[in-house]
Design a protein around this ligand. Structure first.
Ligand SMILES: [Zn+2]
Length: 145
């Protein structure tokens, strides 16, 4: 069987295979602020913007700061499976100081989540599109080591 083509849900937000899953953002070389998703100019009002932004790959691991369970299908463009399966949503803070939200992959026991626990960025299939492509997104799951 031919392997399914894998495409990102948002182009340029997440590294794709064979690279390890990392969120792609940028950093202002003038003031040091990080941005995710990428911005075209620094958004820090106090920044003198004398130096350009640089592309960065964020740390894969961060700390869980909040989570919830989504019991209702989000509106389009979200592709909700039918029947809908509730899923967890996490907000984590990365060592670079930015907060990012993402789904929690299927199979993670949501009762096992604890605030401040270490989470890692993973790449999971969000849905399959009409052409049979696997659409990938970043998600966050507890670090198991
Ligand atoms: Zn700046």
């Amino acid at each position: 069987m031919e392997a399914k083509k894998q495409i990102p849900c948002l182009e340029g937000w997440l590294t794709m295979p064979p690279q390890e899953p990392q969120l792609i953002g940028n950093r202002c070389q003038s003031c040091g602020h990080y941005f995710f998703p990428r911005v075209t100019t620094c958004r820090n009002p106090l920044c003198e913007k004398t130096k350009p932004l640089e592309k960065v790959l964020f740390s894969r691991k961060g700390k869980l700061i909040a989570y919830t369970v989504n019991y209702y299908p989000p509106p389009p463009p979200y592709h909700a499976p039918d029947p809908f399966v509730p899923f967890g949503v996490a907000s984590i803070v990365l060592p670079e100081g930015i907060r990012v939200g993402g789904q929690i992959p299927k199979g993670v026991d949501l009762k096992s989540l604890k605030i401040d626990m270490e989470m890692e960025t993973v790449r999971e299939v969000l849905y399959e599109d009409d052409q049979g492509n696997e659409v990938l997104s970043w998600m966050f799951r507890p670090v198991t080591s």
